[in-house]
Design a protein around this ligand. Sequence first.
Ligand SMILES: Nc1ncnc2c1ncn2[C@@H]1O[C@H](COP(=O)(O)OP(=O)(O)OP(=O)(O)O)[C@@H](O)[C@H]1O
Ligand SMILES: [Mg+2]
Length: 466
Amino acid sequence: MSALWTSDDAVAATLGTLVGGDPASGFAANGLSIDTRSLKPGELFVALDAREKVDGKIVGRDGHEFVAAAFEKQAAAALVSRDVDAKGPLLQVANTLRGLEDLARAARARSDAKIVAVTGSAGKTTTKEILRLALSALGTTHCSAASYNNHWGVPLSLAAMPKSARYAVFEIGMNHFGEIRSLVGLVRPHVALITTIAPAHLEFFGTCEAIADAKSEIFEGLAPGGAALIPSDSPYAPRLIARARQSHAAQVLTFGETGDARLLSYDDGHVRAEILGRPVEFHTGAPGRHIANNALGALLAVASLDGDVLNAAAALRDFAPLRGRGARFGAGGIEVIDESYNANPASMAAALALLGASKGRRIAVLGDMREMGDDADAHHAGLLKPIEDAKTDLVFLCGEHMKALWNTLPAARRGAWAATSADLVPALKLALQAGDVVLVKGSNGTRLSVVIDALRDDAAKRGASA
Ligand SMILES: Nc1ncnc2c1ncn2[C@@H]1O[C@H](COP(=O)(O)OP(=O)(O)OP(=O)(O)O)[C@@H](O)[C@H]1O
Ligand SMILES: [Mg+2]
């Protein structure tokens, strides 16, 4: 297999200087890493400086401190911007983030892959993973790892794209204006897809209209002839369509309950749809209408790339719910839906709908949604409707903003409220009984993973004593 980056190609891409190692043989790297804890032999270590000032204090570390450790773990070379005491080939550039972006640009320029970029307030990783399965059925597919969607995650993912990839999918995130614009300029996708617009990061943006405009920056980086894919059910769809046209997207297509890819029926993972006028039937391994909706967006992307939609759709049978995003486990006769990874009003509603479709006593354990701005309490209280729609039997809440929801909850649905997720565990455990289905969801910072761990531990103990 040919190397991802030879020293000649990396020098040409970055205009850096190769020092150290054996100058005659240079290096050949088979991957990229910014973290020596996960670095694999043969990878190029990129020494990013992640230090920043927070409240007058320096937090984070400078990757240059770890170059020696990278070589101990058999890194092929290191990308650096200052002298380091390490034995091995060093590619010296003025700034390593800029050097990484240069590698990303070169990887894009030399690639023949058809490229999809995904953004949105919720469902980016889910849609990216659905696309990974769908496109892998058609050809070699490269995707961003995890949620690597920020100023270093996108160039890192792009610079790691093999020359042989036929398809590639990149997740792009943001928390301020201009961020997506610069990242999509590196990716230059043939298809740009927005999953949803929801009140997330409201603290920074103020309104959902502003969020929609910021996400729409993804259309500005479309390659000539490219397609903009927009969720038709979003209240912001007209705004997104106008932005896509303003960006001169060659095609503007929609997906959802109506649109160019539309859902005809959904029943427990079984989807009947019409995509660009053609009927398609498929099964998703993970349940939920929101998953079906993400799948429609993904299959519309496949159709926009002239891919074989029927084969791509058949591959979605293998789509399993992701950890913290709907993965389920049994805990002593109780079924737990682990949605502890993140939360905003849109993903809360989607997850509660999942709970509503479950059989058994329905219990919701919900934690604060972070970064919701001035109207945070109203957004939390607004969860009452999806809770009632899901016929939730009991609700357990933690966090200061969840008090607003607690105050609107009818007494019959009240489980308990606590300040932290850990404080909520005892009351929850007392209430649970065999046959219950328990949805656990909150922003990462609210640490609902503590509840998940407690339920797992409990089940393990009961299993051990049985
Ligand atoms: N189309 C959708 N609409 C609303 N909620 C969704 C949708 N797809 C997924 N979700 C919900 O959003 C949660 C997060 O999903 P995912 O990790 O795919 O989002 P993300 O946009 O990648 O998040 P992050 O910004 O943290 O990377 C899931 O657990 C699920 O509850
Ligand atoms: Mg993500």
